[in-house]
Design a binder for this molecule. Structure first.
Ligand code: GTR
Length: 396
């Protein structure tokens, strides 16, 4: 049981090591278990596999997708923890909130693994006039208490909202990081940081939502703002049950690349300096060496393909590198086009600072799920195109 989920990576590492030995007596790559491509200043090519072969068909993309997931697990976020052995759900009584036209239910997910239990709270809010199974927005419960209408952009348009208590999953506190939540549940087996842990928490909420026939399991949206936008993007990349992923102003380690930093936006050394516990503990080895990173964030977006993905950005939110997010969208678009899903990837810029724009999520979700028209601002670029971003294109 112990280290079960590190086993796959270890096998790959051994395979890579043996291959290297057969060709040359070079030292094994000690930077992770997935094979690292050569250093590159441009965004790495998603279509070239670890063995140098080129992805030519959507079926071959599936294998490449597995490699890309390993890169993110082995180098940046750590491994996605497994589903716990058992989950039971305690559903609190439905509370009617007539003033806001909603029904609220407090759920407790009791997650059991290897004799240990972790309880994660999920607050479900349903529009009162529900008609048929509802699309649902899953997000961290970071909302501002005392603002009961904070979910109204979703609820008023017929979307249910499930808010997951991320802090029970992994603390967002440097001193207490890796001391509670999933780190207690799984013990030493985990190498993931908080971003992957929060993504795992969203996946557990989806396990529960899938069992509720008031929810349309084919219309699951994940979202989050800023650090929770990073977690939402990771969640969407690693779980194909998610139909639409909407990182809001997610910035560095989210929608924005490490290689292209515009203006005074957040760099790898800033984020691993302030929030090392969001990542695998050795991610800081790439400080000052981003060219050697075997991945960049366009590949995380590409992992969501062909499922829908919308990045929402603020052109006055300089720290989150909105110009860089434009570049990763353009790069990921090559994968979307290759998979015949070019219309499922979009970006929406607003002239705002660090505030979410939930109305954009709803408009795009209504478009993807119900075929409603989309306004022209979606997909409109806000910056000149980066000439050095990437030279590769999707194979013909
Ligand atoms: C900042 C951090 C960003 C972003 C932000 C937030 O301090 O540098 O990456 O996550 O916090 O979550 O509000």
């Amino acid at each position: 049981m112990k280290n079960r989920f590190a086993l796959r990576g270890t096998c790959l590492a051994i395979a890579v090591f043996l291959t290297c030995c057969a060709v040359t007596a070079a030292e094994p790559d000690d930077r992770g278990s997935a094979a690292a491509p050569p250093a590159t200043k441009e965004l790495p090519n998603p279509f070239v596999c670890a063995d140098g072969s080129v992805v030519r068909t959507p079926a071959e993309w599936q294998r490449r997708r597995g490699e890309l997931k390993s890169l993110f697990e082995d180098y940046e976020y750590g491994h996605l923890p497994p589903k716990p052995e058992k989950m039971t759900i305690t559903r609190g009584d439905a509370q009617e909130d007539a003033a806001n036209g909603v029904t609220r239910e407090a759920w407790k997910l009791n997650l059991k693994h290897d004799g240990k239990t972790l309880v994660v709270d999920v607050n479900l809010t349903l529009p009162k006039q529900a008609d048929g199974p509802l699309p649902v927005v899953v997000q961290g419960a970071f909302g501002r208490p005392g603002q009961p209408d904070r979910l109204s952009a979703f609820i008023d348009h017929g979307y249910a909202v499930a808010e997951v208590n991320f802090m029970q999953v992994a603390s967002d506190n440097r001193e207490q990081a890796r001391a509670s939540g999933i780190y207690e549940l799984f013990g030493d087996d985990l190498d993931c940081g908080a971003l992957m842990a929060w993504a795992w928490g969203m996946h557990r909420a989806i396990d529960a939502l899938e069992q509720d026939d008031r929810i349309d399991a084919g219309k699951i949206v994940v979202t989050g703002h800023s650090r929770y936008g990073k977690a939402a993007l990771v969640a969407g990349a690693f779980d194909e049950r998610i139909a639409l992923t909407v990182p809001s102003h997610s910035g560095c380690a989210g929608s924005a690349p490490f290689r292209f930093i515009y203006g005074n936006s957040e760099k790898l050394h800033n984020i691993v300096g302030a929030f090392p516990y969001w990542f695998r503990s050795d991610f800081n080895r790439f400080v000052g060496k981003v060219d050697e990173l075997p991945l960049d964030q366009h590949l995380l977006k590409a992992l969501v393909a062909p499922r829908a993905l919308l990045a929402t950005e603020g052109t006055e939110d300089a720290w989150t590198n909105p110009e860089g997010s434009q570049l990763t969208n353009l790069a990921a678009a090559e994968v979307y086009k290759f998979l015949g899903a070019g219309d499922r990837l979009s970006i929406r810029f607003r002239p705002v600072g660090h505030i979410p724009s939930n109305e954009d999520l709803v408009e795009f979700a209504d478009h993807v799920f119900f075929g409603k028209p989309l306004s022209a601002e979606f997909g409109q670029l806000a910056y000149p195109q980066e000439p050095n971003g990437f030279r590769w294109t999707a194979p013909q």
